[in-house]
Design a protein around this ligand. Structure first.
Ligand code: HEM
Length: 336
């Protein structure tokens, strides 16, 4: 089954979860070892830390939906033949901004990760982008994703985490500390529209001549990177991001430049905790324009990072391959 052809909203939750997991497994099977955690185990690991919240996503539970369009730049066809990247093409999008973690009441004024999820489609081809506001993901593999969460799950007897076990895990798995260290080094974002977002996973773009190029994506806010001081963050409180964006949109659309960072031969494509060197060439592929908050309009859907048009393909990153199945399970649970 082609994931692009799924009529997401027309299917019943359980059928939908199975259908998407089946569609995604076409990507997942070649790179996942027998012992890789199942989609259910991945979502259980999230629920083990954050609990299960009716109707909420297993991760990035707090958020709201938006709409706008993607405007391709004239240089994008150098690396991809996808129609939506043809020079100056405009394609409608829906999306969602979120705060990381599975807590639907997560504070907006903490130094945690922010998320953006987008579906760009003109009805004939479809691209989904699901990024976070850090250049590092927190796990190198699906196994490490589960272990990272399991060690943080509160003890059922005491309801408390075990700080010694977390310290020992971090020491044994230093790659899992990079995202937290990056976020701690940054201010609390002043707006969803003033923070960059990264794919962390690598993808492979192919142009009209058939030339393949490994890339990573970044959205760079046109408003600039704007943060809050610690005092400002305290004053803003736990729920300012939505009203901030409402006020910002009343003055005009918000935008991001869509940047493709080009891998050099030999750059690793399978570790989302480790960015490529900053000196790699970049291409401005276009602009995301978001002009409307659509409340919970995307809450009966899921965004899947392996839904790609011809001209873009997933890399062999096992974290990327594992995501679709887990998102489908989370969708199935929250629609029940
Ligand atoms: C093994 C790796 C991962 C697992 C198991 C995982 C799991 C999940 C799950 C279960 C959800 C909820 C999906 C839903 O209910 O629709 C979710 C949402 C999300 N994830 Fe992941 N994730 C992984 C990796 C990543 C990576 C690498 C990124 C970005 C760099 C990312 C960014 C997000 C964002 C932004 C959302 C919110 C999507 C929305 O607003 O609908 N995740 N993730």
């Amino acid at each position: 089954m082609n994931p692009k052809s799924l009529a997401i909203t027309a299917l019943k939750p359980a059928v939908l979860a199975t259908a998407i997991a089946t569609a995604i497994s076409g990507f997942a099977l070649p790179v996942q070892a027998q012992t890789a955690p199942s989609p259910v185990q991945l979502v259980d690991a999230l629920n083990g830390v954050f609990g299960s919240h009716a109707g909420a996503r297993g991760s990035h539970a707090k958020g709201f939906c938006v709409a706008g369009q993607f405007e391709a730049s004239s240089g994008a066809t150098a690396i991809t033949r996808a129609n939506m990247f043809q020079a100056d093409k405009r394609t409608p999008l829906i999306g969602r901004f979120s705060v990381g973690g599975g807590n639907p009441k997560a504070p907006d004024n903490a130094k945690s990760v922010r998320g953006i999820a987008l579906r760009i489609t003109d009805g004939s081809e479809r691209l989904e982008w699901i990024f976070v506001s850090a250049p590092h993901f927190f796990a190198q593999t699906p196994e490490q994703f589960v272990d990272f969460l399991k060690v943080r799950a509160p003890d059922p007897a005491t309801g408390k985490m075990n700080p010694e076990a977390i310290t020992a895990f971090s020491k044994a798995n230093p790659a899992t500390t990079k995202q937290g260290a990056y976020l701690a080094s940054q201010p609390v974002p002043a707006s969803y529209a003033s923070v960059p977002y990264w794919s962390t996973n690598a993808f492979v773009a192919t142009n009209a001549s058939g030339k393949a190029q490994a890339i990573r994506w970044r959205f760079e806010p046109v408003a600039g990177r704007l943060g809050l001081t610690d005092d400002e963050a305290k004053t803003k409180g736990a729920d300012f991001l939505r009203s901030e964006l409402t006020e910002r949109l009343a003055k005009g659309a918000v935008a991001f430049n869509v940047i493709a960072q080009l891998a050099q031969p030999g750059d690793q494509l399978t570790d989302p905790t480790e960015p490529w060197p900053a000196d790699r060439a970049e291409i401005n592929m276009g602009r995301l324009v978001i002009n409307q908050i659509t409340d919970q309009a995307c809450d009966r859907e899921t965004f899947l990072p392996t839904v790609l048009p011809a001209g873009l393909a997933p890399s062999a990153d096992p974290v990327l391959a594992a995501r679709g199945g887990a998102y489908a399970v989370s969708l199935g649970r929250r629609l029940q």
